[in-house]
Design a protein around this ligand. Structure first.
Ligand code: 6PG
Length: 241
């Protein structure tokens, strides 16, 4: 079954569609006075969404019910220009009132193996668990030009099926170590939303969405929430194939 794909005219419109979907999901949990457990990706694309959340939604989003986790983190300190936490802090966290105790940073400056274990245990303690998997309400993903998502790269497909909820990955281009959620945790989420923009993603995204020959080498091809919905929010550029 093909995932739901929503094509917007511009990257900003695609980000707005994700914000609306996230807002709706958060309101459902808030109405039940339950926390909204969300994991976000890094890179550049999420900045579109975070800027929206920090402005248009700054007063309406139920920030005090949000518990924020990361999909992945580069093994660098939070002040490093490549830090996903650092990017999220600058574009979102310093603008919205998420309680500090609700922000669960992956500690990029720690020993990678120790941090993967720590963060995996933290997820199992902090989130509902089903079949040994921590359950997120919402996971925001991006996709690299090579079809990777989270920090699961084409040459590390075994991370899709890893038993540990969090693992150490290696960014192929530089050898940089990363901490990442593994595939089973992502697929256990209630909602998975990809935000993918730009023509550089179009060819690979088309292969993945149409299950064209070669799709199986891309980690993004294996992401489909078993318990809920998986949606692709893309702009016309990323959907131009
Ligand atoms: C990261 C992200 C990664 C990202 C893709 C797309 O840590 O880099 O989690 O999976 O989503 O690389 O990155 P862009 O949004 O910058 O294209």
């Amino acid at each position: 079954m093909l995932p739901d794909v929503y094509i917007s005219d511009t990257p900003e419109a695609a980000a707005l569609a994700v914000a609306e979907r996230m807002f709706a999901a958060a309101k459902v949990k808030t109405k039940l006075s339950l926390p909204f457990n969300v994991a976000v990706s890094g890179g550049n694309t999420p900045k579109l969404l975070f800027n929206l959340l920090a402005t248009r939604y700054v007063d309406s989003f139920p920030w005090h019910f949000v518990r924020l986790f990361w999909v992945d983190e580069r093994c660098v300190p939070p002040v490093h220009p490549e830090s996903n936490f650092g990017m999220t802090y600058e574009t979102l966290l310093k603008h919205v009132p998420i309680p500090d105790q609700n922000i669960f940073r992956m500690i990029g400056e720690s020993d990678p193996q120790k941090e993967a274990k720590r963060y995996g245990d933290l997820l199992l303690n902090q989130l509902p668990v089903k079949k040994s998997l921590p359950l997120f309400d919402f996971i925001l993903l991006g996709m690299g030009d090579d079809g990777h998502t989270a920090s699961i790269f084409p040459n590390q497909l075994e991370l899709l099926d890893a038993l540990e909820p969090v693992a150490v990955a290696t960014y192929p281009a530089t050898g940089q170590k990363r901490i990442t959620l593994t595939g089973q945790v992502i697929n256990a989420a209630n909602q998975v939303a990809f935000l993918i923009t730009g023509s550089s993603k179009a060819t690979v995204l088309n292969q993945i969405l149409r299950r064209e020959p070669g799709f199986e080498k891309y980690p993004t091809s294996y992401i489909h929430s078993a318990n809920g919905s998986t949606c692709f929010f893309i702009d016309k550029e990323a959907g131009n194939k």
